[in-house]
Design a protein around this ligand. Structure first.
Ligand SMILES: Cc1cc2nc3c(=O)[nH]c(=O)nc-3n(C[C@H](O)[C@H](O)[C@H](O)COP(=O)(O)OP(=O)(O)OC[C@H]3O[C@@H](n4cnc5c(N)ncnc54)[C@H](O)[C@@H]3O)c2cc1C
Length: 437
């Protein structure tokens, strides 16, 4: 039976049939009997990558297969959620090698999008820490993939957005930690130039991220707060916290109960939020020890925060520019956003390091990346066209896992879209647009 399905941005929402197979045989049967199929994890991609006429959910693939506490190697089924993994590994002194800005994604989704975190410049994408995975391919065969066995499938699946098959399990390396706290420094930058300077000076830090106020214009374009951090060592944290150094932070998470009326989020309310947020840091420089939850997942502290954008939903626009042109490109992009008065509530700047060239479908390459949220309204398609033009001109690239509206030429693989039973709504949209060009 068909039902309405959307991802985190609630746009687009389509009619689809969802299957939740629990065995390889069931997955194979669905593949043999259907077309236009896409695997789906926890639906935390923003746009339409995890949508198609037929959706195969990984929710029954929710078991841990093994955890080597000595070597820090975890093998989990593809539907296991990162938050579940953290609860097991953190008390044992291990952490995720790479984590996105939410812990509510599945392991299969982490591999299919080849997710990055605040440490791409120092530790790369998720795939760099993956030892092996299992997948049911388009012929219904269950295969084990490593860098040496079924290597072609290994590299096309990494960042392949579910188009090469249904991942059933992933084995990956963890990183050692002494505490569950982060040694954090927070700095304020008056504009983009200062922000870039701080990023460059922070090259030795494992984690770096900046929050940008998109409403600023002129000399203040790029006004931001930069956070940099390291997993705190035992002897660095306050003595009172050492006894429970590897504790899982307990936290009450309030929920946005229903969709907000969309008029609530406008340049005026966003300006108030941005001003308060900038002031919250208090000084131009601050040091503290937040929990890993506060450092990596501040947005997760409010459940269903995506509802603040209203029923029509929102889109996230994330691009990367080559490092040598990042500054000019970002300035132009931020100026276009400020001019359109279509304020992004959330704008996150990160620095990517060199990527593994074998992971040819992965989004990151060396340069700066910016992720912006925009409420959906009538003016938005025009703004996205303007941003796409800037990205194209500076030879940038957009992140497929966020995209719901961009031009197909801006993604990494759409020139050779493979036609198999796996065919997402996103691919269909790109093909339709390409025919129009
Ligand atoms: C608040 C928030 C912050 C985020 N921050 C970041 C960030 O910092 N860095 C980053 O890289 N991403 C980030 N993301 C995006 C998110 O990490 C990715 O979209 C991730 O892939 C979502 O995983 P999921 O399990 O929800 O997968 P879904 O959203 O269900 O699917 C995402 C893609 O993975 C494929 N897929 C899922 N499961 C499987 C499977 N079993 N087999 C084959 N393919 C599969 C789908 O077909 C789809 O193409 C963020 C998302 C949110 C909501």
């Amino acid at each position: 039976m068909k039902k309405k399905i959307g991802n985190w941005g609630n746009y687009p929402v389509i009619e689809a049939e969802e299957f939740a197979p629990g065995t390889v045989e069931e997955v194979s049967k669905i593949i043999h009997e259907n077309q236009n199929i896409i695997p789906r994890g926890n639906g935390r991609c923003y746009g339409d990558a995890a949508l198609a006429d037929i959706v195969i959910s990984s929710k029954k693939w929710n078991k841990f297969i093994s955890f080597d506490r000595k070597e820090g190697i975890l093998h989990a089924e593809s539907g296991v959620i990162l938050s579940e993994i953290l609860e097991i590994i953190v008390p044992s002194g291990w952490f995720l090698p790479v984590t996105p800005g939410t812990k509510f994604i599945s392991v299969g989704g982490a591999l299919a999008s080849d997710v990055h975190g605040k440490n791409h410049h120092s530790e790369g994408c998720f795939s760099e820490h993956v030892l092996a995975f299992e997948i049911v391919n388009e012929k219904g065969q269950h295969l084990v993939c490593t860098r040496t066995s079924n290597a072609d499938l290994f590299w096309s699946t990494v960042g392949g957005m579910g188009l090469t098959g249904f991942i059933t399990s992933v084995k990956f390396k963890l990183k050692k930690i002494e505490t569950s706290l982060i040694r954090q420094e927070t700095l304020r930058a008056k504009n983009l130039k200062e922000a870039f300077q701080i990023f460059e000076e922070s090259a030795e830090w494992t984690y770096t991220v900046a929050w940008i106020d998109c409403l600023q214009t002129g000399d203040s374009i790029g006004k931001s707060i930069i956070m940099r951090g390291e997993h705190a060592l035992l002897d660095e944290i306050p003595a009172s916290k050492r006894k429970k150094a590897l504790a899982i932070p307990s936290k009450f998470s309030p929920m946005v109960p229903t969709f907000f009326p969309s008029f609530l989020l406008n340049p005026f309310t966003i300006k108030i939020f941005n001003t308060l947020f900038y002031k919250k840091t208090g000084r131009d420089f601050r040091k503290d020890f937040p929990t890993y939850e506060d450092f990596f997942y501040p947005l997760d502290s409010i459940r269903h925060w995506n509802r603040i954008y209203g029923k029509d939903g929102f889109i996230q626009y994330q691009m990367v520019f080559p490092k040598e042109v990042s500054f000019e490109a970002m300035r132009e992009l931020l100026a276009a956003i400020a001019k359109a008065k279509n304020a992004s509530f959330l704008a996150v700047l990160k620095l990517f390091g060199k990527n593994n060239s074998q992971a040819y479908n992965s989004f990151p390459y060396e340069g700066y990346t910016l992720a912006l949220d925009f409420k959906l309204d009538q003016k938005l398609p025009r703004l996205i066209e303007t941003l796409d033009e800037i990205v194209l001109r500076y030879k940038g690239r957009i992140y497929l896992t966020k995209d719901a509206m961009s031009r197909p030429e801006l993604s990494s693989y759409t020139k050779n879209i493979p036609i198999t039973p796996f065919f997402s709504h996103q691919q269909k949209r790109y093909l339709q647009k390409l025919k129009q060009l």
